[in-house]
Ligand binder design. Sequence first.
Ligand code: GCB
Length: 618
Amino acid sequence: MRIILPKAVAVAALSLFACFGFAGGWRALDAQQPAAAPAVPPTTVLEAVDQRPVLNLDGDWHYIIDPYQNGLGGGRNGYPMDEELPAGSNKLVEYSFAKSPTIKVPGDWNTQNPSLMNYEGGFWYERHVQLQPQADHRTFLHIGAANYRSRVWVNGQLLCMHEGGFTAFDCEATKAVKAGENSVVIFVDNTRIADGVPTLKTDWYNYGGLTRDVSLVTVPESFIDDFELHLDRATRSVIEGYVHVEGAQAGTRVTVDLPEAKLHAEGATDAAGRVAISMAAMGLTLWSPENPKLYHVVLKAADDTLTDEMGFRTIEASGSKILLNGKPIVLHGVCIHAEAPFRSGRVNNDQDVATLLGWVKELGGNFMRLAHYPHDQRMTRAADKLGILVWSEVPVYWAVEFDREDVFAKSQQQLHEEIRRDRDKASVILWSIANETPNNAARTAFLTRSADYVHHEDPTRLVTAALLVRGDLKTKYIDDPLGKALDVIGFNEYIGWYEGTPENADATEWKIAYDKPLIVSEFGGGAKAGLHGTDDQRWTEEYQANLYRHQIGMLNKIPQLRGETPWVLMDFRSPVRELPGIQDGFNRKGLVSDQGKKKAAFFVLQKAYKENGLGHAE
Ligand code: GCB
């Protein structure tokens, strides 16, 4: 049933300070979306926002746990959700942010307070901020990630609602902010939902809350919200793309400069605020893992200046080869979850990133699969600097509800937000649209549309997905029909762990239906760091190391194997991994333990990578 909430009621009901315990709210508005005239403005993503001066709102926020979503109203005193309170009704005052405890932002709530470890539900954040808004400027609240559904108020005015736990978004606050003290309230709900992306079941922890940085960004009236610059594949000597200026009059002058390379382009915006860029760029040092050269890029439009650090390179698939800057490359990588080393919880600071990427480098890697959702932007920024190529993914994981149009729209929104945030990173070469999805018509139709969408949004990179394989231990087939829509085929297999023994891999034959590059996007097995035994004793480091040795032998026989990302760099929390004394709530397939201890398999893989003994460039 679609419930129509009168606009005035919607705004009043969602004005939190007036509404804790008030009728109206979440479900009623949810039901309105995506109606033609939503009561709540849509969110956007400001590109390279981490390069702009911002007012950082990280730190202590007051919080209220709200499992019954009481603060959103919903029928208290018997009022139905979609009706206004009768005139004269008292607003309830059964809460106080000021008297409530505080929690750190960024940070999942689970690992900050033992009583919240398994909490799934509604959660209110509140803080105050002193502002002096400038005339002729616009203000946005930037949220690095809020898992899973959120809504944002400034001074009691609802600014936006957002769904999706791993992508950044920006809500415009220009009309809500005032000089002096301002209140910011964010409601985050990490309840798992069947029609979510991801859906109810995942093999990772459902860390809730404001898991990444929150800030306020002030920009001029017209400002650069989106741009795309890349090296042209055909010549590798022209930088092409566009700049979009939000709020610009047609004819607004835009300039793009790379001072070090003495490159300059300029143009005027069209009626849509967009200007195409094309500049001869002979003699650039191309970005590569060996030489991750970044150029300082300066974009100007009207009163706005945005700078960025960008690398320029080309990536393409040719037959079964992957070409970086026109040359065949083999991708030695590993899968990584956004699980913070040593302390658990979500990765959200430079130290976490330095630790994880330090291990990738130590392995001899030039590649990583950021599984199974977009990670903190620090990861891709650091990858750009360190020369680590990136596979970036959206959480279309296992059995999302592929037959639903609204689920497709959610996945598309996440792709859009992911691409918008990271299209300025040379390190990102692959957009992955899904992981291990069932082979059926609804799935294939859904994901073919996703692949088309990504090709359209970003034709400069390659589209992939981690597919399931079929067959038995003797013969495995990579022939999922979704492969047709992909540029690079990822496949997951667990010979030696979920089926057979590690030794079975020696005799497995692979039949591949596509003349496309292949990446083994997962293989592996569990081991408890420090547990030793013989090669055939499960959970020992020896078993895992032996499994890796046999996998390497088998995979090397696949001529079109262009890369590998074994599962997984570090042990990570998962509610489906409960074996006492071994797993204790962690998936133990890490090459490194959650406490940073390297297991024997780490060194097996390191040897293969350092001696270039796994996969083939051509
Ligand atoms: C998979 C999934 C990954 C799991 C892994 C496992 O196939 O893609 O998310 O964590 O297997 O450990 O079983």
